[in-house]
Each structure stands twice: as C-alpha cells, then as structure tokens.
Design a protein around this ligand. Structure first.
Ligand code: PAF
Length: 285
C-alpha cells in the first residue's frame, strides 16, 4: 500500500523506514537503478510491487562501474522526472544517495566484491573492472535495504548472471528475479543510452535485434557452426553501420562456450553505433 513516496538520501533514514515495514511483517521488493527511468525500469518496479507489500527503488549513478573515458559524467541524471514516474508507479521509498554517502573513503579505498571468471568475459573483457563495480554497489545496496527480493532486467544478461553468482557464493538471502527485456515498437531494447543516438543512428539501431533474431533462427534450425554464425553476425552488424565489440553465442546458464549438444543458448552482442555502445541478447533455446 503506497501512501506517497518518500525520497531519502541517508542510510539511517532508509533503514528506519524499511525497519518499520519489516517489523510489521511486510515483504520488501527492491529495484536498483541508475535513474533516467524508462518503461523497462517500470516493469521491474511492477514486478517488485506484485510480489511484495513494499517497494524500494534506488537511483545511484555508480562511478565505480564506469571505466576511464566512459560516460560517467554525461550519464543522464533526471531525478525530478524519475521521482514523478516512481510516485505514479506507487513506489514506497526512493533511495537516492550521494557519491560520498556510498564511497566516503573514495572508490580506490572501497572494499570490493569480485565475481571471477564471469566478470572477465564479454562486456567484462571490454570494460575491465566494470563488474567489480556492479557487484560491489549491488552488494552494498543489498546490505542497506536488505530486501526479500530484488528485480533486474535480462537486457543486462551478464550483469544478472554476475549478481546471481554473487548472491549464491556469498549466501545473501535475497531472491533475484530476472525480467525479459522491454523493447521499443521496432525491437530496440529500452536503454538509457538510447538517448545518445542521433536521429539517423536511432533508425539503424533496431538492426542489432534483427541480427540477433536471424542468428537465433539459424540456431533453432540446427546450425551448430558457432564460429561461422558469430562472424556472420559481426559482419551483418558492420554492414548495418555498427562497430561490433563482440557477437557471441554462449550457454544460457553459465555463459560458457557451448558444445554441439547444448540446447539452451544465448546470443549476446555489444556494438557501437557512432559513439554509443549498445548491448542486447536473445535466448535461442
Ligand atoms: O543496471 C544498472 O542500472 C546498474 O548496473 C545497477 C544494477 C543499478 C548497479 O549500479
């Protein structure tokens, strides 16, 4: 039951509010975000609300998960609009801390959480340190909020796997829910970074999803020459005006390289359209 959303920026107040709900036996659903909210985030909020009496969202643009030269400074910060959307969605509590609240000693001195191996491939190979930043902030947020359940989008498929592994390995008693990617009418996965695209780039961007679908179709019809499918996928991306970072077919449950007999596969891609790095993925089970 929502009674107007409160925005808090300090941890004490956050814990007070949540503590009173927990005492009353209410379940807490949590959606961590970096803000600039779109329909994809609101689907995560709906899922949290559907399963819990109370919903908490965080907005924190986490410097630790951005590499040098990446878009930390230009990442869209739209707190007012986000607050309005969350209020409309019936969220109970928004946690919007400052950088110094989260990293009082600075990023370098912060204790880190590392999920090895899974964090070093695909996006982790191109963005060294990214998943250490993600795992560290998500672990901290989990400790502040101590939710019963937390919801993440499958658009960030590798991130979701890293978080599931962290939660399993560290025995964090939180249920992790993954939700299917929300897409624009033309198939482009919703993302805060879509806002960086020029009009022409935006027209081309849905080709990423089209190419994933073409590859998924080949896999479904029995093609198992993964190397060929991957190089064809990257070629199609180049022809569509992308600069591919990776185009990779992996086992869906652990992102390992698949064998011929594997049935549950996921195709993951990251590619630049102009200066904007887009990612997407598609299950091809
Ligand atoms: O997916 C995101 O928005 C971020 O990576 C997350 C999970 C909020 C951690 O900063």
């Amino acid at each position: 039951m929502s009674n107007g959303m409160e925005t808090v920026s300090d941890i004490e107040r956050l814990r007070q509010r949540i503590g009173s709900w927990r005492k009353a036996g209410e379940r807490i659903g949590f959606v961590p975000t970096m803000g600039n909210l779109h329909a994809g985030h609101l689907a995560l909020v709906d899922a949290a609300k559907g399963q819990c009496e109370r919903s908490v969202v965080s907005i924190f643009v986490n410097s630790m998960q951005f590499g040098e030269g990446e878009d930390f400074d230009s990442y869209p910060r739209t707190l007012k609009e986000d607050q309005h959307k969350l209020e409309q969605a019936g969220v109970d509590l928004l946690f919007a801390p400052s950088g110094t609240t989260i990293y009082p000693q600075g990023n370098q001195a912060q204790t880190r959480v590392e999920v090895p191996e899974l964090s070093d491939i695909l996006c982790g190979a191109s963005r060294p340190g990214h998943f250490v930043g993600v795992a560290t902030i998500v672990c901290k947020l989990f400790n502040y909020v101590q939710p019963d359940l937390a919801v993440f989008g499958e658009k960030d498929y590798q991130q979701l796997m890293v978080i599931r592994r962290m939660v399993a390995d560290l025995a964090i008693p939180i249920e992790i829910v993954g939700l299917p990617t929300v897409r624009e009418a033309d198939g482009l996965a919703k993302s805060s970074r879509n806002g960086y695209l020029s009009v022409d780039e935006r027209k081309q961007a849905p080709k990423l999803y089209e190419i994933l679908n073409i590859t998924a179709e080949s896999l479904r019809s029995g093609e198992r020459n993964y190397a060929l499918l991957e190089s064809n996928g990257a070629d199609m991306l180049r022809s569509a005006g992308f600069k591919p970072d990776y185009f990779s077919i992996r086992r869906a449950h652990d992102l390992a390289l698949p064998g011929r007999e594997d049935q549950h596969l996921v195709i993951l891609a990251a590619a630049y359209m102009g200066t904007t790095r887009l990612i997407d993925n598609l299950n091809a089970a």
